[in-house]
Design a protein around this ligand. Structure first.
Ligand SMILES: Cc1cc2nc3c(=O)[nH]c(=O)nc-3n(C[C@H](O)[C@H](O)[C@H](O)COP(=O)(O)OP(=O)(O)OC[C@H]3O[C@@H](n4cnc5c(N)ncnc54)[C@H](O)[C@@H]3O)c2cc1C
Length: 416
């Protein structure tokens, strides 16, 4: 039940700002605890009521490779079986380097798992999560933003932009994406390191079945990934993420479908057979963005607002979902024990638990494209020997596979 004080200001346990993939996931994980949380979610964009959330900034035309750790978390939340029906399982990953001999293959069988990951269109993540979400007691205001944040002796007061209402909350969760406006209002800035590249995404129809193989290809212009998607209208499909310098990206974005497919085939080769059709193309500027602070008394910064990564290793959402699961667990335990769940001590406990995972994942995602971006022949030789060695050494391959699955830091936790 929502409490109101004598000035009719509503009081919540938590206000989550940003109802994208991360904000909604946190609301859902809290809603399935026994702790009776009262939660308000504020989202800047209205959700459409159709089954298609393609136009929503978080649940757009991108696809996400969900890791094993994400599967475990969604499974525990009772969401996996529905999500899984819209995924394509990655059975093998094929890593190669254009113009060089290096090549490695990682297989689910060898790693001893059903799949190395699961590829799903973001609009389906939105569809499944939002359906479940509307059945919870979480209050939602969309479109809405925070105009002003006032720290109180205990909790924070938020003045809302559109409705003009004021609400108070014990814990403010900031999940409004990279370059968070809400964090900036508190003097929390984001450190941005642009990669000087754009990530072009598009769905690609293939002539031949993909057989669950994901391709990661490193070229002199930047890395590219082709991830297996469920068939559409009987045609095999995959999700393309193609990193390019801005000038080349602009050319590819304005090229005709025919010229785009020709350039793609040339760069990617024929490993996946012929590429036949391309869907809508969208380009994202790529940067590593990290928040200067993630926790304060009564405040947590989550998701892209806390760390936004290069998409090549497919780790951004998977890492954030592990953050979300740990945070929900720490908050739930504090509330059941009758301690202050929004105290700095509790929130630092959360941060401490996620620190190694965040540092390792950031480093992995940041270094992978840089390593392959260096054109010098010595590095090319080194990286090829690296790939060849990785193909020969199962233990190295399995470390790479475990990272992709979100198991490297969480052997005993969500990823186990
Ligand atoms: C090309 C590409 C491919 C990717 N592939 C993968 C992958 O395969 N695997 C993976 O794990 N990750 C992947 N990612 C990363 C993943 O998309 C992000 O980690 C994820 O979107 C982060 O979700 P979020 O909810 O934190 O932020 P967002 O998705 O940015 O959502 C933020 C939400 O906040 C709302 N908002 C914004 N401002 C305000 C405000 N002032 N007030 C209220 N609400 C506001 C927005 O409308 C939005 O709904 C990829 C990213 C890109 C760019």
């Amino acid at each position: 039940m929502i409490n109101s004080d004598k000035n009719n200001v509503k009081n919540y346990d938590l206000v989550i700002v940003g109802g994208g993939m991360v904000g909604i996931s946190l609301a859902l994980l809290l809603a399935q605890q026994q702790s009776d949380w009262n939660v308000l979610l504020l989202e800047a964009q209205a959700y459409d009521n159709s089954d298609n959330h393609n136009n929503h900034p978080s649940f757009d035309s991108r696809s996400t490779a969900l890791s094993w750790s994400s599967r475990k978390i969604f499974q525990a939340a009772g969401l996996w079986s529905e999500l899984e029906s819209h995924t394509s399982a990655i059975k093998n990953i094929h890593v190669s380097d254009r113009g060089h001999i290096g090549l490695t293959r990682i297989s689910a069988d060898e790693a001893g798992v059903d799949a190395l990951g699961y590829v799903i269109e973001n609009r389906w993540i939105g569809n499944v999560l939002l359906k479940k979400f509307t059945a919870t007691a979480v209050e939602i205001m969309a479109p809405e933003r925070v105009a002003k944040i006032t720290p109180l002796k205990s909790g924070v007061r938020l003045n809302l932009e559109k409705s003009g209402e004021a609400v108070e909350t014990s814990l403010l969760v900031i999940a409004d994406g990279a370059n968070s406006q809400t964090a900036q209002k508190l003097g929390i800035h984001s450190d941005k390191k642009p990669y000087g590249q754009q990530g072009i995404i598009a769905n690609i129809a293939l002539q031949d079945a993909h057989n669950g193989v994901a391709y990661e290809r490193f070229t002199d212009q930047g890395p590219m990934a082709m991830l297996p998607l469920p068939d559409f209208d009987g045609s095999p499909r995959c999700a393309l993420v193609w990193t390019q310098p801005p000038e080349r990206a602009a050319e590819l974005m304005t090229a005709t479908d025919k010229d785009f497919l020709k350039a793609l085939q040339e760069s990617f080769g024929y490993r996946m057979g012929m590429v036949e059709k391309v869907g809508e193309r969208v380009a994202y500027p790529l940067a590593l963005t990290t928040a200067s602070e993630q926790v304060r008394r009564n405040i947590v910064v989550l998701g892209n607002a806390a760390h936004s990564l290069h998409p090549v290793a497919g780790q951004g959402f998977n890492l954030s979902l592990r953050d979300v699961a740990t945070l929900a667990d720490v908050l739930g335990k504090a509330k059941s024990a009758g301690t202050d769940f929004s105290s700095l001590e509790t929130l630092e406990r959360y941060q401490q638990q996620q620190l190694a995972d965040q540092q390792n994942t950031l480093m992995f995602s940041d270094n992978l494209p840089k390593l392959f971006a260096q054109a010098s022949s010595v590095v090319a030789l080194g990286r090829n020997s690296g790939l060849v060695m990785m193909d020969l050494l199962p233990s190295l391959r399995s470390r790479f596979a475990k990272f992709g699955m979100g198991m490297a830091n969480k052997e005993a936790g969500h990823g186990a």
